[in-house]
Design a protein around this ligand. Structure first.
Ligand SMILES: [Zn+2]
Length: 283
């Protein structure tokens, strides 16, 4: 599932082909990926110019010239594929929505499993929607003090808190696991139990991991591709995620895979000591 670095890579890759272009028309091939009425969706996008291609959390966001937004949640397998002609690009195998651009180009929203969603939000709806998400972890205002405040209000395991988009936007399982390994914090540590030193390490490692992943064009495990079709290059730099049984890059102990909250986490039993007592299962 795309996280912040993948959505950022997609937004940057599309900005060059999409920003400043006018959407002539929209073809919805798979109604279930469009939120609400597809007639309303088409009408809202037709003849609008895309002024900015950006991101909020894990979502790619097109800002249109009337300040409304098209929010693209890529789900599990969603991709945005630009093409030179009016039909879907050759790289689009499961086109679900097609934006026809002035000058003949197109942008396909392609989704094999169709867990992704496209929604159009008016400027006012966008403000309300965006406000429900937590702060952007790479923003200037996301300080160590701000993270400390977020952590102090929760007794959930810190990994669960990092995945909660209402607390912090854009972090998913891969980068949460990586940041916790760098910060020497066990994924099940209750958020409020992390001391000042741990908060400082987590703040630094979260930002460092996300920045490095953006620079590497994200992480491809299976489906994710940048708009140019390339895989993200961060996979080979993962220190803990997916490395169960492999040596910890700090102390050589075998990385462990643990499951809680329905998801795998990976940690070093020596560098990331488990909290005592362990919080209840399922949190
Ligand atoms: Zn270790």
């Amino acid at each position: 599932m795309p996280e912040l670095p993948e959505a950022e890579t997609i937004a940057r890759g599309l900005a060059g082909v999409l920003a400043g272009k006018t959407i002539r028309d929209v073809t919805v091939l798979r109604e279930d990926v469009v939120h609400g009425s597809q007639a309303r969706f088409r009408e809202a996008l037709a003849d609008r110019r895309v002024s900015v291609v950006g991101r909020r959390g894990k979502n790619v966001v097109l800002t249109l010239d009337d300040a409304s937004r098209v929010v693209v949640n890529l789900g599990m397998t969603g991709r945005l594929v630009p093409g030179p002609g009016s039909g879907p690009a050759p790289g689009s195998t499961h086109p679900a929505v097609l934006l026809h651009l002035e000058g003949g180009g197109s942008l396909a929203y392609d989704d094999v499993r169709r867990f992704g969603r496209l929604r159009h939000l008016s400027a006012a709806e966008w403000t309300r929607w965006s406000r429900r998400l937590g702060p952007e972890p790479l923003s200037r205002s996301f300080t160590g003090r701000r993270l400390a405040g977020i952590l102090s209000r929760s007794r959930s395991p810190v990994r669960s808190l990092l995945l909660d988009q209402r607390r912090i936007a854009g972090v998913g399982n891969i980068y949460a696991v990586e940041a916790l390994w760098f910060a020497l914090i066990h994924p099940r540590t209750p958020a409020a139990a992390i001391g000042a030193g741990g908060v400082t390490r987590l703040h630094r490692s979260l930002r460092r991991v996300l920045r490095a992943a953006v620079q590497a064009g994200g992480t491809t495990l299976r489906n994710y591709r940048a708009p140019d079709g390339n895989e993200g290059r961060f996979r080979r730099r993962l220190a803990a995620y997916g490395r169960a049984g492999g040596p910890c890059l700090r102390c050589r102990a075998a990385i462990e895979r643990i499951v809680f909250g329905g998801r795998s986490a990976f940690c070093c039993p020596r560098c990331q000591p488990a909290p005592v007592p362990l919080p209840a299962e399922g949190q």
